[in-house]
Design a protein. Structure first.
Length: 574
């Protein structure tokens, strides 16, 4: 396939950690699978001295531990600085190393498109100076490309956003692009003036990214090994460090979608011929404590950018998330605390810059551009929880999101919740979709009880949602440490529970509503009339659940009971 001028022009995101390449096909940008099915290629180059061969991508990354002096990563940091790199007995400029990456990407795209590619749009960070931009053009030329344009990465990301079918019109012309990659962080504010996108402010930290998150976990593993063996390995064991960092990255990625993970790696080191294993559970909470200061640093930069653009957070109409590290939940939560608008990935954070570069190539050649369709969740999906800051767990209306709106499907996400009472009998799992923090303003998809085994208060319950393209959600509940789980399948589009597996435990539904109402009734000083009404409704509710009455009847009694309970709570406060 080629564009109307009979040639394929590609858009290249030449990243510090990873790179990718896209092209336009019938007015739509596509990203090229560069390594198997993977669309992102590590920006790593290695020189194989024995065969006098340049190796690029994942294979080069795999050589890093064994051939650290023949392998280079993050070459982007050296662009335009005149520094030379030594790979074994060869010396290269940064432009040459980057050209190897570009050439590899282009060769892959030529195979996929069946065309030779001679022209490209390449992206650079908004803060790149003239020398760095010129170096990028030279790298392109060394790879045999005519560089049609150098585009700022945030501008490219916003370009592709324009072409995604989006229900919500922007309420403000200001877009903030938050780009947290592997090794760098950039925040930019753009003003959209019709076709023109002006960068109003741009700042960041060129030495802050997901690699630093990995380092925090690597240190945890090092400490764990030290506790086990009494020996300090952190000194200069480079191969160990590389291996632990790889494990750290995997752990980090798992923790983006799961509340905890157990890291088990055999034979990390050997002491007196005896292998020492790594076996440690890491919770997302602990991990978030480790990286909180790094995330806060990025938020300080967000405020700096707002100040530079003379805007306040409420002026921003959209926050675009770019870079793989934006998948970290605490990053999104920290941004949600700053802005009033939903923080979500409307585009794939790894691909939007390169897709945007391809869109830019279409704008240059005048190719008509179509809308981009991406399979995403149309609403956020989550469960009702008690408000942890509120003693009154009853009348709880808090919506705890598990899968964010506009997340690419299929997707699997899990979160952890805690019981509110000692020996809590059960939880009533209520699944809602919507964008409000309050369940009452969202749509109930379904509810079911999860019967618990006796456990102390704050017993962890893992809730996992797996959402497929057909709008079916598989919910898995797990009482951690008690071998108690339950699977339920829901049809989100038709709002129904289509399959209940009650394997987790019988039908004694004594949910937290009942526990709470009993607590209220037991209080001194409750108006006798109110108490009587509460007991009446509470008993009716308990019986309705026990007898498996139809859902409408249960909902009706539940609503009346909740209302009365709220009345009792309010009476208490005043
Ligand atoms: P980029 O430079 O944009 O390619 O981003 C690469 C960084 O994103 C690396 O540090 C990855 O470890 C990180 N990353 C990729 N996927 C995830 C994820 N699911 N959760 C957290 N970090 C991720």
């Amino acid at each position: 396939m080629s564009n109307i001028s009979g040639e394929v022009i590609c858009g290249i995101d030449l990243g510090t950690t990873n790179s990718c390449i896209s092209y336009l096909r019938q007015g739509k940008p596509f990203v090229v699978p560069v390594e198997g099915t993977s669309t992102i290629m590590p920006s790593v180059v290695s020189y194989d001295e024995r065969n006098d061969k340049i190796i690029v991508g994942r294979e080069a990354l795999n050589r890093l531990a064994a051939f650290p002096n023949h392998t280079v990563r993050s070459i982007k940091r050296l662009m335009g600085k005149g520094t030379k790199v030594h790979l074994g007995n060869k010396t290269f400029t940064a432009e040459e190393v980057s050209s190897f990456i570009l050439k590899t990407l282009v060769e892959k795209a030529e195979v996929i498109t069946g065309n030779t590619i001679k022209k490209a749009v390449i992206t650079v960070p908004a803060y790149f100076d003239d020398a760095q931009r010129r170096a990028t053009i030279s790298a392109g030329e060394l790879a045999g490309l005519e560089v049609l344009r150098i585009v700022n990465e945030p501008t490219a990301a916003s370009l592709v956003y324009d072409y995604v079918d989006n229900e919500d019109a922007l309420t403000s012309p200001y877009i903030l692009v938050y780009d947290l990659g592997g090794g760098t962080f950039d925040v930019s504010i753009l003003e959209l003036k019709g076709e023109i996108k002006e960068v109003l402010a741009s700042c960041g930290d060129t030495a802050l990214g997901g690699d630093d998150f990995d380092e925090r976990l690597t240190s945890l593993f090092m400490r764990n090994l030290k506790e086990k063996t009494g020996m300090d390995f952190s000194a200069d064991n480079r191969a160990l460090h590389v291996r632990l960092k790889e494990i750290a990255e995997k752990t980090k990625i798992i923790l983006s979608d799961n509340p905890y993970t157990t890291v088990k790696e055999a034979s990390i080191v050997t002491i007196d011929g005896e292998p020492v294993n790594l076996d440690i559970e890491v919770t997302r909470d602990d991990y978030e404590d480790m990286i909180r200061d790094l995330v806060n640093k990025t938020i300080e930069k967000v405020y700096e950018a707002l100040k530079e653009a003379r805007l306040s957070s409420s002026d921003i109409g959209e926050v675009l998330l770019v870079g793989g590290t934006t998948r970290t939940p605490i990053v999104q939560r920290a941004l949600a605390d700053v802005f009033d608008i939903p923080i979500a990935h409307s585009l794939d954070p790894d691909l939007c810059v390169s897709l945007g570069a391809a869109v830019q190539s279409g704008l240059i050649t005048g190719e008509p551009l179509g809308h981009i369709l991406i399979d995403v969740t149309s609403h956020s999906l989550g469960i009702k929880t008690a408000d942890i800051f509120d003693e009154n767990t009853m009348g709880a209306d808090h919506f705890s999101m598990i899968i964010r709106r506009n997340t690419k499907v299929p997707v699997r996400k899990a979160d952890i919740y805690y019981t509110c009472y000692h020996d809590q009998d059960s939880v009533l799992v209520e699944i809602y979709q919507g964008e409000s923090n309050l369940c009452s303003e969202n749509t109930l998809i379904g509810k079911f009880p999860f019967v618990l085994k006796p456990a102390p208060i704050n017993c962890p319950i893992v809730v996992e949602f797996a959402y497929d393209k057909e709008g079916i959600v598989h919910v898995t509940m797990q009482q951690k440490g008690y071998n108690n789980s339950k699977d339920v399948t829901l049809d989100v589009r038709n709002r129904e529970v289509i399959d209940k597996d009650t394997g987790g435990g019988g039908n004694t539904v004594l949910n937290y509503i009942i526990e709470k109402y009993k607590k209220i009734v037991a209080r001194d000083g409750l108006a006798p009339q109110l108490k009587q009404e509460l007991v009446k409704l509470g008993t009716a509710y308990e019986l309705a659940l026990r007898d498996g009455k139809d859902e409408d009847a249960i909902d009706d009694i539940e609503a009346r009971l909740l209302e009365k309970m709220e009345e009792a709570e309010e009476g208490e406060v005043s």
